[in-house]
Design a protein around this ligand. Sequence first.
Ligand code: CS2
Length: 496
Amino acid sequence: MQPLNVQTLNNINEFSVPNYRTADNKPESGIVHLGPGAFFRGHQAWYTHQVMQKLGGDWGITCVSMRSTGVCDALSPQDGLYTLAVLDAQTSYEILGSINEVFVAGSHHQQILDKLTSPACKLVSMTITEKGYCLNNKGELDLDNVEIKQDLSANNQPVTAIGLLVSALAIRKNQGLKPFTVLSCDNLTDNGKKLKAAIVKFANQVDESLALWLDDNLISPCTMVDSITPATDDALRAQVQDKLEIQDNWPIKREAFVQWVIEDTLPADCPKWSEVGATLTSDVRGFENAKLRLLNCPHSTLAYLGVLAGIETVYDAMQNPELVALIQQLIKTEIIPSFVAPKELDVNAYSQAILDRFRNPAIRHLLSQIAWDGSQKLPMRIIPIVEHNLKAGIGIDYLSVALAAWCLFCRKRFIEQETLVDPLADQLFEIAKNCVDDANKDVKQFLTLEAVFPPELAKNEKFVSSLTNAYQVLLPTLRNANALDLTQLLPQTAEV
Ligand code: CS2
C-alpha cells in the first residue's frame, strides 16, 4: 500500500485533494495552532483548507502538540496530509493539506519560537481543552496552578500554552512586531476574553510594560466551534485504506454538520473563513451559550448516566426511551428557560437538530470520551445553568441528576480501579475513597471540591437537597448497571 504524502497525492483520483500543495511548493505558515487533536483536524484545519482551496493565501498551519508526540510521529512522514472522512448517510472523503508541519513543545522549542516570532505568523489558534487554560473557578488564570508556577519561576522552556504564548509575545514586542491574534477554539464561555485576561495576567507577573502592551494590542476574538468528532479507531483506518488505496497513519472522522462562529473583531489579515461558511458576528456569547447549554450539557448528562447504565455510545443512549425523556425534560424545563438566545436562532429547532445529530447511526461517539475531564467541563456547561436557575426560580432537578451521575461515575471508576481521565483525578479518588453509600454524607464530600462547586452554591440548601435526592435515586447503578431507573425522576406525564 502506498503511503500518503505530497508525492503520492497525484495518484489519488476519485477524491478531493489539496490544490495548493505540490511536491515543491507549500503555503507559508501564517498560523500556528496549539493542540492539533482530532477536533482541530476535523474542524478549523478543514475550514482553512477550504479557504486555501478557494482563495489561496499563505495560511499553512504549523501545529504544536503541547505534550504528546503522537500527531507529530503520524503526520510528519506524510507531510502533514491526512484524510477527513465525513460521516453521513454516505461517507465522503477528502485529503486535507492545511497542516504544514507538527512540532512537539518539549522537543522543538526553538523551531516553535522561531515560527511564533516570525512576521509571517499572523494568528495563533488553539484547542487545548478546558484544562489547558489553567483557570480557577472564577475563570481567571490560576497563579497557584503547579505548571503556571513552574513557568513563572524558571527560565526553562514553558510547559503551559499561556507561558509559551507570553514568551513569544515578549520577543515580538522587543523586535517591534505586532502581536499575533490569538484564537481560542475551546468550549469555554467568553473563551477569547478569558484567554486574553489569562495572557495579560501571566505577563503582568513577568513584566508590567508587556502586560500593558498586550492589554492594548492583543486581539482575542471569542469563538463558538461545533462538530461532533469521535476519536479515530482501527475501523476508520481500514476504511480509508480500502477506499483511497493509500496508507494514512491518522485519518479523522466527523459528522457532516460543522459550525464556526467568530467574533467580528478578527483582523483583516487572517484567513477569510467567512467565505467558506464561518459566521462573523458581534454576539458570539449567545451562540456559545446556546451550544454549551443545548449540546454540551445534554452530552455530559448522557455520558455519565450512560456509563453508569453500561451504555457505550451516544447513539445507543439515544435508543433508551427513559434517557431520552430525561434529556427532553432537562432541555425543555431547565435549559431553554435559562438563557437568551441570539435573535437569529430558533432555539426549539436548534435543540431538535442537536438531538437528531445524537441519533446519527454513522457516528460511534463513545460516552467514555465525553466523560473525560468532568471537573473542567461541568463548570462551563452545567454549573452556570444551575446558578442562574436558582436565582431565577427555575427548576434544577434534572441538572442535579447530571451532576449526581458524575459523582457516581467518579466513584465507579474508583471502585473498578479504572483510570479517571481528569486533571483532578487524585482529588476525586480521595473523595470517592471516603464515600460510604449514604447520599447525604457522600454529596457533602463532593461539595468540598471548590473547582467544581463554588462555595456559595455548595451552601445552597435547595441545590444540596436536589443533588442529594438525585444521588440517592442513582446510587443503585454504582454496582449494578441494570439498576438505572429514571421513572422516579420523570413527571408522570412525560412520554417514555
Ligand atoms: C463533547 C464535545 O467531548 C465532549 O465533551 O461534548 O466534544 C462535543 O462533541 C463538541 O463540542 C461538539 O461540537
